[in-house]
Structure formats: structure tokens, C-alpha cells
Design a protein around this ligand. Structure first.
Ligand code: FES
Length: 162
């Protein structure tokens, strides 16, 4: 189970967020901008941060939650040190992306969308990454890996475990 954010221990971050909100309060699209800043400050958007934003902007919590969960650039759960995105677009899918994803899930012992217990990896399925010629493709942080086969996965992961 995910523990809630310790508000007291993150007081400095909340002050930073408050200052940021105060500087953009009257601008258009303030909620999106605030969520972006909050994600930069906290790394993700836990419910405590969403409540704070709701209160500060006088926007219903349901609306803040709705926006935070609708856009894929936002995360309401903490992410691992490295984010792995396996493309499940058509070209990658027909070339075996599902087997690659299954192998990763097994190697890391984590379900898709989850983070490993050591917080090292978050495993995600993504849409087309724009390099279909290399299918099947995955991205780890900013690094692209193409023409993948499940047997190549342990070696690739070992680079990030070091
Ligand atoms: S479908 Fe996977 S990169 Fe385009």
C-alpha cells in the first residue's frame, strides 16, 4: 500500500508550491500550470498535494483529481528512479512487444503501471514512440531500445541496476 505524503516533512515543498501558485494565480490555465509545477517539486501528485491545490485555487478536489489522472504526463503515484515505457503501438505489438513487456514484468516482479519494491523501476505501457522502424521498442528514461527480444532484457536492465 502507498503511504500518504508526510506534509510536515515536506513543508518546504508546500511553501515553494504556494509561492508558485501566488505568482500565476490570475493567469489562464492556472490548474494545468500548477499541476506541472507541483509534479516538478514533489515528483508526483499525491492526494495531499491535490487537496492543497484545490484549496489554494478554490477548485473542487474532484476537478483537480480529474485533470491529474487524465493526462499521462501527471502521476498520482511515486515513480521509480528509472521509468521504462514499452510501446504497445500497432507496429511494436505485431513484432512482439507484449512478450517484451511480459518479460520485463517477470524480471522486475512488477505489474504494468507499478513500481518495483526497491523504487528503482516503474514499468509502463505506452503508445507509439515514433520509431516504428525499430519495432518492438522501449524507452528507459531518455534511452531508446529497438528490435527487442525478451532474451535481451536482463542485460539491458543490468545497466540501470549498477
Ligand atoms: S508503434 Fe511502437 S514506435 Fe511506433
Amino acid at each position: 500500500m502507498i503511504k500518504g505524503l508526510d506534509v510536515k516533512a515536506n513543508e518546504k515543498q508546500f511553501i515553494m508550491l504556494k509561492e508558485c501558485i501566488d505568482s500565476i494565480r490570475d493567469t489562464q490555465g492556472v490548474l494545468m500550470q500548477t499541476l506541472h509545477e507541483a509534479q516538478k517539486i514533489f515528483g508526483y501528485l499525491p492526494i495531499e498535494v491535490q487537496k492543497f491545490i484545490s484549496h489554494e485555487l478554490d477548485i473542487p478536489l474532484a476537478e483537480v483529481f480529474g485533470v491529474a489522472t487524465f493526462y499521462t504526463q501527471f502521476s498520482i503515484e511515486p515513480k521509480g528512479k528509472h521509468t521504462i515505457g514499452v510501446c504497445l503501438g500497432t507496429a511494436c505489438y505485431v513484432k512482439g512487444a507484449q512478450q517484451v513487456l511480459d518479460k520485463l514484468s517477470k524480471e522486475l516482479d512488477v505489474a504494468v503501471g507499478g513500481t518495483t519494491s526497491d523504487n528503482l523501476f516503474t514499468l509502463e505501457a505506452t503508445r507509439c514512440l515514433g520509431c516504428c522502424g525499430l519495432a518492438p521498442v522501449m524507452m528507459i528514461d531518455g534511452d531508446v531500445y529497438g528490435k527487442l527480444e525478451p532474451k535481451k532484457i536482463p542485460e539491458i536492465l543490468s545497466k540501470y541496476k549498477a
